[in-house]
Structures are given as C-alpha cells and as structure tokens.
Design a protein around this ligand. Structure first.
Ligand code: GLY
Length: 396
C-alpha cells in the first residue's frame, strides 16, 4: 500500500513537472517570437539612420543615440541573444553589423561604461560566434577601462563630472557591471592587472556602498588625497538615504557575476544579502516588478521600473544556481519566475508593431531629471531576453 502511494505521488510530481516545463517553454517560445518580430521591425526603422542605435520611444517618436551613449551595446547584444535562440542568419548578420559599429570607441575618449558597451555586444558575439578578432577587441576595451583605475582609491572612476565641485572621485554602484569585461580579459590574456583591478573595485564597493540593511547608495565620492569616501548620495534615486531600484539590481547582478567569475565567497555572501533585501522588502509588489525606488510611496500611481525587474530576474536565476542556501535558491527562482511572467504579460510586453518596436513598456531612466520616465529602454529589453534564456536553461 505504502509503495503504491509513493509510486502515485512520484508519478503525479513528474506529471506536474512535465506540464510546468511545457507551459514554461511555450511561454518563452511565444515571447521570443514577439521579441524577434519587434527587433526586425526596429532594424527596419533604423535603416534611414545609419550609425545610430535605438534609445527609447517617447511621445510616439523613436529616440536614437550615437554609439558613444552608454547603452550602445544593448541592441547588438539583443540581436545576439535572439540569434542564439532561433538561429536565423538575418539576426546574425544584423548582430555583427551593429556590434562592429562600436569599434571606433576604442580610439576615442574612455568611458567607464565601456564594459556595458563592449561586453554585451562583442562579449556575446565572441561567445556565440567564436570570432577571434572579437577577443582582441574585448581585451583592448578592458585595457581602456583600466586606465580609469586609481591605485590609491582602489576603484574605477565613474563619471568625469565633479558635480559643481561636490565630487572628487565619483563611483556608482552601476559600475559593478563593467567588471565582467575585466574578468573576461583576465581569463583570456596573460595580464594579471585585469583581475586585480576588478577585485579591488568590487572589494571597495562592498566596503563603502552598502548600508547596514544591505541596500546600496548610488554614488560614493572618494577623497583623492586620502583615498577614503567623503560623500555618499543619490543621483537617479528618490533621496540620499533611499534604495534606488535599478541600483539594487546592478549590485545583485554584479556580485553574483563576480562570484561566478572568481569563486570568492565574500561576493556570494554580498549577493545573498542583496537578494534577501530585495525579496524581503515590504514595498516589493506582488508581481515582483519594483517601484522605481524601494522607498517611493508605492501604490497604483507610483511608477515601476521594468528594467530593474528584468536585471533582477536574470541575476536571481543565476544566483539560484550558485547559492548553497536551498531556501534562498527557491525564493530567487520563484521571484525571477514571477518577474518574467509579469514582464511577458500584456501589461509590460508590447504587441508587435507597438512601443516603437521595443519589447517592454514602463521603465524609468532618471526620474529626478524627468528623463526617460515610463518609457521603453534598450537595457530592459536586453536583460529580459537574458533572463528568459537563463530560465529556459534552468528548466532543461
Ligand atoms: N548606469 C546608468 C543607469 O542605470 O541608469
């Protein structure tokens, strides 16, 4: 009798798992098809504007950027992810064209976001196509990023601005994301400088960006003489003491990635702390897409940030495969799944031909500056695709 019950329970469980995998894969497949149709539409809209990248869609108009804008790697990266999923050579051809548009950046003035720009484009391009010339370009981009590193401060400088004399050496939490390029260069060259710079930046950020509740501040400015922080403040968040949603997402993703690359346990612990802060936050809505700032009032009228939701979903999936805390792993998976299902619902996912051919609606760029408010953004689309591909691999 007990054996029969056990057999029945196992049979039901495997049926449920099978059904779950089937519905998940159908959802991913139909969402990827929508995204591909949108990307093909975007490629058409870009035809009259050679050299330009999509930025956003506001008041019925497509806004473009030059390749020097910090987001220029996301559209090429999006094309690579779509090609990886469906193998259509049209996508590969476009991915190569848009990736190689970034090449001139190697000659110009260095930006701290060269990591985002090159790793999302050439990094995915190299991983998928194995084009050896891309490897050299990635290492050259990493060398440029290292020129922004200060030995005394131990961090890569973010913005060049001094904010009217307020900042000596600003470092933003977002910069954790640029370290993935350095980790790539460390593994693909003989030069030990890349790993040393990435470790120093991640360690200093861990010391100086995080509050006792494990949320992070947006900007830490370091004193150039002492090498110590002299000011902490927000730039894109609600207040200096608030938890700007995308900043928490960058931190979660950044430390998860640093643990994957280095196996340094301190990074895993930091990622776990950030994950607990996000998952346990009383202001995280049921559908798990955060308000633009965790300290914003909340409710129907408060804007969400789909980009933060997409970045978090991708990071939560990876963290769920790395943490040894089984209950946290389950929470991470559940949160990511809810985020992806919400983003793939009509509330966020645009219909083909809508939304200027971007995938997701309802992201925010910088509310304090009334810039890119409740609009589509290229990085929301990029991390949404990444999250879906990671989710698909998790369900394999
Ligand atoms: N790295 C800039 C932003 O997240 O808005």
């Amino acid at each position: 009798m007990t054996k029969k019950i056990l057999f029945l329970t196992l049979a039901l469980a495997s049926l449920a798992a099978g059904l779950f995998a089937e519905t998940t894969s159908a959802l991913i497949d139909s969402t990827m098809k929508t995204c591909k149709a949108q990307a093909l539409g975007m490629l058409k809209s870009l035809e009259p504007n050679p050299g330009k990248m999509p930025r956003t869609f506001e008041k019925g108009k497509l806004a473009l950027s030059g390749v020097n804008w910090w987001c220029s790697g996301f559209f090429p990266g999006t094309l690579w992810y779509l090609y990886e999923y469906d193998g259509d050579p049209i996508l590969k051809d476009a991915a190569v064209r848009y990736t190689e548009m970034l090449n001139p950046l190697l000659k110009g003035k260095t930006d701290h976001d060269i990591g985002f720009q090159f790793y999302c484009s050439y990094g995915n391009g190299y991983r998928i196509s194995k084009n050896e010339s891309y490897k050299k370009i990635l290492i050259a981009a990493a060398e440029k990023l290292c020129t922004r590193f200060d030995e005394k401060i131990g961090c890569i400088r973010s913005w060049d601005s001094d904010n009217n004399g307020k900042w000596q050496y600003p470092v933003i939490i977002d910069n954790m994301m640029n370290l993935e390029l350095l980790e790539f260069a460390a593994k693909n060259s003989e030069d030990s400088v890349f790993a040393r710079v990435a470790k120093s930046h991640a360690d200093k950020t861990m010391q100086n960006h995080f509050r006792p509740d494990n949320s992070s501040v947006h900007v830490v400015s370091y004193d150039k003489k002492t090498g110590k922080p002299h000011l902490t403040q927000t730039w894109q968040g609600l207040s200096d003491s608030s938890a700007w949603a995308r900043g928490q997402a960058w931190g979660l993703y950044g430390y998860t990635m640093m643990y994957r690359e280095t196996l340094d346990e301190s990074y895993l612990r930091q990622a776990e702390k950030i994950a607990r802060f996000i998952i346990g936050h009383k202001n995280l809505p049921e559908d798990k897409i955060p308000y633009w700032d965790f300290d914003a009032e909340g409710g129907e009228k408060t804007l969400r940030d789909a980009s933060a939701g997409a970045i978090m979903a991708s990071a939560f999936i990876e963290l769920s495969t790395l943490t040894k805390d089984a209950s946290l792993a389950a929470e991470c998976r559940k949160t990511a799944e809810t985020q992806i299902r919400t983003l793939a619902s009509p509330k966020y996912l645009a219909q083909v031909g809508e939304n200027g051919n971007f995938f997701l609606k309802h992201s925010v760029g910088a509310i304090p500056f009334k810039s890119e408010v409740d609009v589509p953004l290229t990085y929301a689309d990029y991390y949404f695709l990444e999250a879906m591909l990671r989710w698909k691999n998790l369900n394999k």
